[in-house]
Design a protein around this ligand. Structure first.
Ligand SMILES: [Mg+2]
Length: 145
């Protein structure tokens, strides 16, 4: 699958550290034949890719639409349709399907979300869904608060 990861609070903390397990999970996803893409509402975050040496894992780095998610892919020059999205922001996850991940802030926090994301992806491939409550099917309605 073409798997899209958000940057801030998804793989990157406020303290500029990578979420624990990111590199291992990226390697497993590549080994399983997936393509990894990185996108951010702040633009193309090449500095993060370079600082954390993620270049060997990623097939593309893009600006992420923050509204009209499907419609704006062309405008933002995202050349492929995201098949599975990992983000700490629920709306975009519901638009494409994927995992709504609790935000990651600091390296001192205990965090096993990357392993959980990998399990949800495996569930999805096996069954077309996941029982995990962080999983969102494509087109899920997000409640308005
Ligand atoms: Mg984020």
């Amino acid at each position: 699958m073409k798997i899209f990861f958000d940057v801030d609070y998804t793989i990157l903390g406020l303290d500029d550290t990578l979420r624990p397990g990111t590199v291992d999970t990226f390697q497993k996803l590549l080994d399983d034949g997936h393509e990894i893409y990185i996108w951010s509402g702040l633009g193309e975050r090449w500095e993060v890719i370079e600082k954390h040496e993620l270049g060997r894992f990623v097939s593309g780095v893009y600006e992420k639409p923050t509204h009209h998610y499907h419609e704006r892919l062309v405008e933002l020059k995202v050349p492929v349709e995201p098949e599975f999205v990992i983000d700490d922001y629920p709306e975009i996850v519901a638009a494409f399907g994927g995992v709504w991940v609790p935000p990651y802030f600091f390296s001192r926090s205990v965090d096993h979300e990357m392993a959980r994301i990998y399990r949800i992806i495996c569930d999805f491939l096996e069954t077309g869904g996941s029982e995990d409550r962080q999983y969102r099917a494509k087109g899920t309605k997000v409640p308005l608060f």
